[in-house]
Design a protein around this ligand. Structure first.
Ligand SMILES: NC(=O)c1ccc[n+]([C@@H]2O[C@H](COP(=O)([O-])OP(=O)(O)OC[C@H]3O[C@@H](n4cnc5c(N)ncnc54)[C@H](OP(=O)(O)O)[C@@H]3O)[C@@H](O)[C@H]2O)c1
Length: 272
């Protein structure tokens, strides 16, 4: 049976701008109360909160660094306190630093540690903190992780980002397999998005990525954010990787997921 979103309490990490902002607005439009987590961009988060309020729902603004265990815990607990519960949690905040992917001297220990902290450990801490509430909700809870097609390819902004986005997908599957049946856990894998993050790629790199896409265009931000709403409403799906992208890799991944096939696709060309 479809899961109705009206009146649900939703937390979005990294909701102050980019994809997270659009996700906040999509859920508000569905009649959800929204807790917006931000780290550094307080003024922009306030702007998102004003837009969310425009939908006539409750809003909560919560500062917290998703690279720190205690702040992940604080953000979940503050959401529950401010909104009166928690039904859907979206871990959208991510970390990367653009560098030469093949240069093993390029990533610093800080890059490695921060990628692990924000892109992998945070998701475990967030869910651990939300679980008692999710399990006590009559209709359970829904956890959606923003991954990337970088998680299923070789390449992208940097090696630690690529490795940790892959680990994040494994974590998602482990959580889905062990933390149900009242909790659904899935990941969205966007292709290149025209956010501030995405704009760190050169025009030439972006043109190259679009040229290799079957639809010859970037992932639309609105389409991508809509996927979170659709996943949240779908009460029959868990442990899945949802690619918002068109490519042969998507077919390869889909076959692997559904049939355990060892089909090999072409050499990876996209660099998100
Ligand atoms: N852009 C792309 O092409 C692309 C493609 C695939 C996947 N993604 C994924 O999409 C997600 C969002 O990316 P975006 O393109 O929307 O980036 P963006 O426009 O740069 O926004 C990043 C958001 O993450 C927040 N954030 C960063 N570090 C944080 C931390 N330690 N704690 C809490 N919040 C933090 C930022 O908040 P503050 O500004 O308040 O610090 C901001 O709201 C990421 O997980 C990324 O991996 C992006």
């Amino acid at each position: 049976m479809p899961y109705s979103l009206k009146g649900r309490n939703v937390l979005v990490t990294g909701g102050s701008r980019g994809l997270g902002e659009v996700i906040c607005l999509k859920f508000a439009q569905e009649g959800c109360n929204v807790a917006i987590n931000y780290n550094a961009s307080e003024e922009r988060a306030k702007g998102v909160a004003e837009k969310v309020k425009g939908f006539g729902v409750k809003v909560s603004l919560i500062q917290g660094d998703m690279g720190k265990e205690e702040e992940c815990m604080k953000v979940v607990n503050q959401t529950i306190k401010d909104l009166g519960g928690l039904d859907v949690m979206i871990s959208n905040a991510g970390y990367t630093r653009f560098m030469d992917f093949a240069d093993l001297h390029a990533p610093t220990p800080y890059d490695w540690d921060t990628c692990w902290a924000v892109n992998v450990k945070a998701q475990s801490y967030l869910l651990r903190e939300a679980l008692p509430t999710f399990n006590s909700n009559p209709e359970g809870g829904c956890f959606i992780i923003t991954s990337s097609i970088a998680g299923i390819k070789i390449g992208g902004s940097c090696l630690p980002y690529n490795v940790t986005k892959t680990a994040q997908l494994q974590l998602m599957k482990c959580l889905a397999a062990t933390q149900g049946p009242k909790v659904r856990i899935n990941a969205v894998l966007p292709g290149w998005l025209p956010t501030e993050w995405g704009m760190e790629y050169s025009a030439e790199q972006v043109a190259d990525m679009n040229k290799n896409a079957w639809l010859r265009k970037p992932t639309d931000l609105d389409d991508c954010a809509q996927a979170y709403v659709d996943i949240a409403k779908n009460a029959s799906m868990t442990g899945q990787k949802i690619q918002i992208r068109d490519s042969e890799e998507m077919f390869e991944e889909t076959v692997e997921m559904s049939a355990g096939s060892s089909l090999h696709g072409p050499i990876i060309s996209e660099k998100i």
